[in-house]
Design a binder for this molecule. Structure first.
Ligand SMILES: [Zn+2]
Length: 469
């Protein structure tokens, strides 16, 4: 890697790289690169400590009941041992011991429909800003996301590759990110944020601003879809996202339209499957869902306008549903009157989509799809808690942990975090929350992360510890 800066495997190599970079860059602010030794160490995988959680009751991500009082040993980034008997560590000074005092230890939450780069800016802000500012803003939000207990997100569109890399390298705290890269859409489709005054487009000409930023790519033939899908895969996409129908936040895409042809969708599916992964589509209506399924799409996003026959088809074909309870018509969502009207239509479909998902036993994932509002992002946990209208707290928590993790496995060979997520068991990755209270009895605890989570661990590293001692 250039200058050895990317993943410092030791402090020495890191300092060596830093010196080289300073020599080359000269005028760079020295302070910015003089990372204190302790901080540099914490960015190194070898610096992960051993942590022993004692006296905890475990929600393991699958069972609807808590375990007996147990002890959980985390070594490196993996859960090494779980036992109701005491676990000895060689020396208590080598291990951080956390006495849970009977509190609940559970897997970190997973948001299966997130837009790491689009949470805080409005669309206008995003288009007017350079990618550097947008990425820094998204970095601040990523840390806030982790502090809400979401240790993994499946990013459903936006230029999140650099943010993901920086988080994975330990440069800043944030969730694991399964990036889709740019949303692929058609002219006028959901994700085409141009104005009518931008038309007609010169064929083979300039990219639209949103394309330059990597937010979405406009493709109007199977060949164009193939190029754009492969570009996302080249950048490290874990899965490919297309918009198969109209959407709420786009200016010129009515909700009822079907956008890509089946041949266009199939071109993306082939490109993704050749790469060992899959395609998901944004689709509200029966027509757009059915066309997606016919083309080989593995996961449908939203589906709030679904009908009975289409729900049955999804269940028969084993196609995933990734959806969310839209809470209300919050004025903070930054949408204009036309978009608010479309949102109202989608909100009214929420009861139907969950009822049909239950009726046919569709594999259902939970994601929030929070966009364009820092205030709404604070309700990420509240959206999960809102599932109690259709599910028990245990069912909702299973969905947001082990079930969502099962969906992530569809990335196959492109899975950036091989290992078990969303579950507390031996050899699983150590993403853990210590909760003050029992979320299986009171899911509203998830809506109040500042108070409820006393410890937040991701990948074996503790990012929050406010346990009273
Ligand atoms: Zn979305």
């Amino acid at each position: 890697m250039p200058f050895g800066l990317s993943v410092p495997t030791s402090l020495d190599r890191f300092r060596q790289g830093t010196t080289l970079l300073l020599l080359l860059s000269g005028a760079l602010c020295l302070g910015a690169w003089q990372i204190p030794a302790a901080q540099a160490q914490s960015a190194s995988p070898s610096a992960r400590s051993t942590t022993l959680f004692e006296n905890v009751r475990i929600f393991d991500g699958k069972s609807p009941t808590l375990s007996a009082t147990s002890n959980v040993l985390v070594r490196g980034n993996v859960i090494e041992r779980i036992s109701t008997a005491p676990i000895d560590v060689p020396s208590r000074t080598d291990a951080q011991v956390i006495n849970g005092n009977g509190r609940v230890l559970m897997p970190g939450l997973i948001d299966a429909h997130w837009h790491a780069m689009l949470v805080r800016p409005t669309p206008a802000m995003l288009l007017a800003s350079d990618i550097g500012y947008s990425t820094l803003l998204a970095g601040v939000e990523a840390t806030a996301t982790l502090m809400r207990g979401f240790t993994t997100v499946r990013d459903m569109g936006g230029p999140s590759f650099s943010l993901k890399r920086a988080i994975d390298e330990g440069l800043l705290p944030g969730p694991r990110i399964y990036s889709s890269g740019a949303i692929i859409t058609i002219t006028s489709g959901h994700g085409d944020f141009r104005q009518r005054s931008d038309l007609p487009r010169t064929i083979g000409g300039m990219l639209a601003r949103v394309e330059q930023l990597g937010g979405s790519m406009i493709a109007d033939s199977p060949d164009e879809v193939r190029v754009r899908a492969r570009e996302q895969l080249m950048q490290g996409a874990s899965q490919i996202k297309l918009t198969a129908g109209g959407g709420v936040a786009s200016p010129f895409s009515p909700l009822d339209v079907s956008t890509f042809t089946e041949a266009e969708l199939r071109a993306a599916v082939e490109a993704a499957e050749n790469w060992g992964t899959y395609v998901c589509t944004h689709a509200y209506t029966p027509a757009s869902i059915q066309r997606s399924i016919a083309a080989g799409v593995k996961c449908i996003e939203h589906a709030h306008l679904i009908d009975d026959a289409t729900a049955r088809l999804m269940a028969e074909k084993g196609v995933w549903l990734s959806t969310q309870p839209f809470l209300d018509l919050s004025p903070a969502s930054g949408l204009g009157p036309a978009e608010q009207a479309k949102l109202a239509q989608v909100v009214t479909g929420t009861d139907r989509v969950y009822a049909l998902a239950r009726k046919y036993g569709i594999k259902t994932a939970f994601g929030t799809d929070i966009l364009f509002s820092e205030a709404l992002a604070k309700r990420q946990g509240a959206m999960l808690a809102a599932l109690t209208r259709w599910y028990t707290p245990a069912e909702a928590l299973v969905m947001a942990t082990s079930t969502n993790a099962e969906l992530l496995q569809l990335s196959g060979l492109r899975n950036p975090y091989p290992g078990k997520l969303g579950i507390v068991e031996e050899r699983a990755l150590a993403d853990l929350l210590l909760v003050d209270g029992n979320p299986l009895e009171d899911l509203d605890l998830i809506a109040d992360p500042d108070r409820s989570y006393l410890v937040i661990m991701k990948d074996g590293r503790i990012h929050k510890d406010t346990l009273p001692r």
